[in-house]
Design a protein around this ligand. Structure first.
Ligand code: NAP
Length: 458
């Protein structure tokens, strides 16, 4: 191995270490920023080292690569600065699609110049192309749906059609491996892209984050296969890290929703109103009474959910919490792993509002504390506090771990009306004797609570 190659491999090794350390950092909000920086530095090192690889090509190639990098860099920098938190899932979908498309394009190049590669490399290139192309078109459809440009589309025998297209895709993959040539390859790519579209169009908008996590894992896998084909360890390791973490995220999200991946992809979950009507009455309260109850409590636990994200109420909630804390009330935030519509949704919003990490607790940490809390304040959460998940075997959310809000001495639920949650089921918590409904948009309600607390506490 030449001295240059030794240095390049050493740089790739350091980059791989930085990816792993960076990923570890991303496991906590405290260290996430540093983790992103480290992984970014690793990626930059790997990219720069790649310019020195033999076979990158002459000046024309280098100029083309630099133009592409400048275009991509500027576009993603501007988009990253402008995109609101609520649009983050579609941004992830879009970037993920680009990764899948890039892996498929790399595979296309390997397959067209097939003579340079052995059989195992050609097979892996085709498998990577297949995964990358499906991830590319599927992620773009996911983006369009989350952006509101497309709605779900279902037709009779959809699963049978998908199975037939899947079979055709595998057939054309085999033909591309056996016969090579641009013709088979083109048909193979078209069928793979069609398959990505077909499996994504029926999935409901709110299930999209799980599918995006899956496509993310697939993109990682495709990149690592192409890394093997081109003998590039940085691509193999980066791809495997993305593949493994994306798979874990997909599994954890599906598990936290107590659903299988097949159920996420092939069912109409949440589209119809399911579950029995609950007898009893909803007991409304107002901001003054609710603020007084919390101002004279010892411990208040706040449970944010999707409604807080919709209303962007996190800043006002934190302002209200600061007033309570100044008055000596202990306030904790309880976060359910699938509250909101994307992993870490609530953590990100609370961090953006400046809520200190040490009063934000995961489900496992805080669930036993509800029984001793004076007040549980639910802000736009529904499914993640529905006791039916514990008791009602016929409920679609049966088995999903929930926050034990019902065990608090008093429960205040802030929501606009009788709207159901993502799962479309009624919530008996709202009808319980110790629950009071504080109706209104979460942001308006939080503003009213601040006013009430100020006039009460001076
Ligand atoms: P949820 O069950 O979807 O309920 C949200 C509630 O917020 C609704 O009942 C709605 O009632 C209320 N709301 C909506 N807009 C509001 C506003 N502006 N102000 C006040 N309230 C408002 O939410 P969740 O408890 O957070 O549960 C999340 C659900 O999403 C779970 O079923 C989970 O499985 C699913 N999911 C999560 C993820 C993830 O990664 N986090 C991904 C996919 C699916 P009103 O209409 O009456 O106001």
């Amino acid at each position: 191995m030449s001295a240059v190659m030794w240095i390049i491999q050493a740089v790739y090794f350091v980059a791989a270490v930085l990816f792993i350390v960076g990923l570890k950092g991303m496991s906590s909000p405290r260290t996430a920023r540093r983790g992103f920086m480290l992984a970014g530095v690793g990626m930059l090192m790997a990219v720069v080292a790649t310019f020195f690889l033999p076979g990158v090509g002459g000046a024309t190639n280098i100029i083309l690569i630099l133009i592409a990098m400048a275009l991509g860099g500027v576009l993603s920098w501007v988009a990253g600065k402008r995109v609101p938190m609520t649009a983050m899932p579609q941004m992830v979908a879009l970037y993920n699609g680009m990764g899948g498309g890039a892996a498929a394009a790399i595979a296309a190049r390997a397959l067209i110049t097939g003579a340079e590669h052995g059989t195992s490399e050609i097979v892996l290139a085709v498998v990577g192309a297949l995964i990358g192309a499906v991830s590319f078109s599927g992620s773009l459809i996911a983006f369009a749906k989350l952006q509101g440009w497309m709605s779900s589309w279902r037709f009779r025998a959809q699963n049978a059609v998908n199975a037939a297209v899947l079979a055709a895709m595998v057939l054309f993959a085999i033909l591309s491996i056996v016969y090579g040539g641009a013709g088979w390859l083109l048909i193979f790519f078209l069928v793979a892209l069609a398959f990505g579209v077909l499996v994504t169009v029926p999935v409901g908008g709110a299930d999209m984050p799980v599918l995006i996590a899956l496509y993310n894992a697939m993109t990682g896998l495709a990149v690592s296969f192409e890394g093997y084909v081109f003998g590039n360890p940085a691509m193999i390791i980066a791809g495997m890290i993305v593949g493994a973490s994306g798979t874990l995220l997909t599994v954890l999200m599906a598990r936290a929703m107590n659903r299988s991946l097949a159920n996420v992809m092939f069912s109409r979950f949440g589209e119809s109103n399911v579950g029995e009507e609950i007898e009893g009455e909803l007991k409304p309260t107002n901001a003054n009474d609710a603020a007084a109850m919390m101002a004279y409590a010892s411990h208040v636990i706040i449970v944010p959910g999707y409604g807080m994200a919709v209303a962007q109420a996190q800043h006002k909630i934190w302002e209200f919490v600061k007033l309570l804390r100044e008055h000596g009330v202990k306030v904790s935030f309880a976060i359910h792993p699938v509250a909101g519509r994307m992993p870490g949704h609530m953590n990100v919003l609370l961090a953006e509002a400046g809520v200190p990490y040490d009063i934000i607790h995961d489900l496992d940490e805080i669930n036993d504390e509800f029984a001793n809390a004076d007040v549980a304040l639910v802000i736009g959460a529904n499914d993640v506090v529905n006791p039916a998940a514990r008791t009602n075997k016929s409920s679609p959310i049966y088995g999903m771990p929930i926050l034990n809000v019902d065990q608090a001495h008093n429960v205040i639920v802030c929501k606009r009306g009788k709207g159901r949650g993502f799962a479309g089921v009624e919530n008996e918590l709202f009808f319980r004797d110790n629950t009071r409904m504080l109706y209104g948009d979460a942001q308006d309600t939080a503003a009213a609570l601040i006013q009430a607390a100020k006039s009460l506490l001076g």
